[in-house]
Design a protein around this ligand. Structure first.
Ligand code: HEM
Length: 270
């Protein structure tokens, strides 16, 4: 909430603002799961009138209610800016750029909401898998802690200046994300043009679901112990990071999916 709306850190996980937004994230994730609604299989159902389409009424009702909530969060930031009382945030940046980017308040409110939703559950879920991996593999935790102690010490937090000197920590992060990515079936994509894949014709508008779990656990790529948690698989004998696994945009896993923004992220890291 601080990053997106510039709010002071919320002290209570039962804060109504957190509960409301998290309920939206839960509903959005349930709706996004492949096969959540019959109409995805029987696509002729999309031509039924509204009164015969409970899924459409549900989506439209949620959209109206959620729009009110996100427009309120967004307009609160706007009022703070007008009062000269705003901190840096995604919403503040959008307000600054709104005119040049030709965005309405509703657009900007939903962009802020999307960034919150995309970043919240993914980050907390992935961190929960990280904690489990550390509980199951204390030897990996100890080695990572030793590396941080020798490179960073205990008086400050790591920064990107330390990045190159932390190969084991980076291998460990890669391995958590490969071993237990939070989105095993990625996000469904729709083809914007006809395509061919391995001799199969895929017409425009086909929904494609990527089996990220299988790609991350392929023994032909990661070896016969692909199911095990082993950060060392990303390191060579001298402890340096191995060249990245091909076709993973330098990550050695596919848990971030296949969107365009990857190029932007990796550029900003360099
Ligand atoms: C461990 C953390 C994260 C994981 C595993 C993750 C994973 C993903 C995946 C699998 C997709 C779908 C990509 C595709 O189209 O194939 C995605 C999209 C997206 N993620 Fe993340 N994400 C994470 C963190 C974040 C954070 C922190 C933010 C924002 C602050 C964010 C913002 C987005 C946005 C805006 C999209 C949609 C982009 C688009 O449609 O082009 N994600 N993410």
């Amino acid at each position: 909430m601080s990053i997106i709306y510039g709010l002071p850190p919320l002290k209570d996980s039962d804060d109504p603002r957190i509960l409301l937004v998290n309920r939206f994230v839960e509903r959005a994730l349930a709706a996004a799961a492949p096969g959540a609604f019959l109409v995805e299989y029987f696509t002729w159902m999309e031509h039924l009138p509204r009164w015969m389409s409970p899924w459409r009424r549900y989506a439209e009702d949620c959209f109206s209610r959620d729009s009110i909530m996100f427009e309120k969060l967004f307009s609160d930031t706007k009022h703070k800016i007008e009062a000269g009382d705003a901190t840096d945030s995604v919403a503040a940046k959008l307000i600054e750029d709104q005119r040049t980017r030709n965005l309405t308040d509703k657009d900007s409110a939903w962009i802020s909401a999307t960034v919150y939703s995309a970043g919240a559950e993914t980050s907390s879920g992935q961190l929960a898998w990280f904690i489990l991996a550390m509980v199951l593999h204390p030897e990996a935790q100890e080695r990572a802690q030793d590396e941080i102690d020798s490179v960073v010490g205990r008086d400050r937090l790591p920064t990107f200046q330390d990045y190159e000197q932390l190969p084991y920590v980076r291998a460990l992060v890669k391995e958590v994300m490969r071993w237990r990515g939070v989105s095993p079936l990625g996000i469904p994509h729709r083809l914007c043009q006809d395509d061919w894949y391995n001799g199969h014709f895929l017409p425009k508008d086909t929904t494609c679901i990527v089996n990220s779990w299988q790609l991350n656990h392929d023994p032909d790529v990661y070896g016969p112990d692909a199911d095990d948690f082993r950060p060392g698989r990303h390191l060579d004998e001298s402890g340096k990071l191995m060249p990245p696994t091909p076709e993973t945009k330098d990550e050695s896993h596919v848990s971030y999916g296949f969107g365009r923004r990857w190029a932007v992220f990796s550029l900003s890291l360099r």
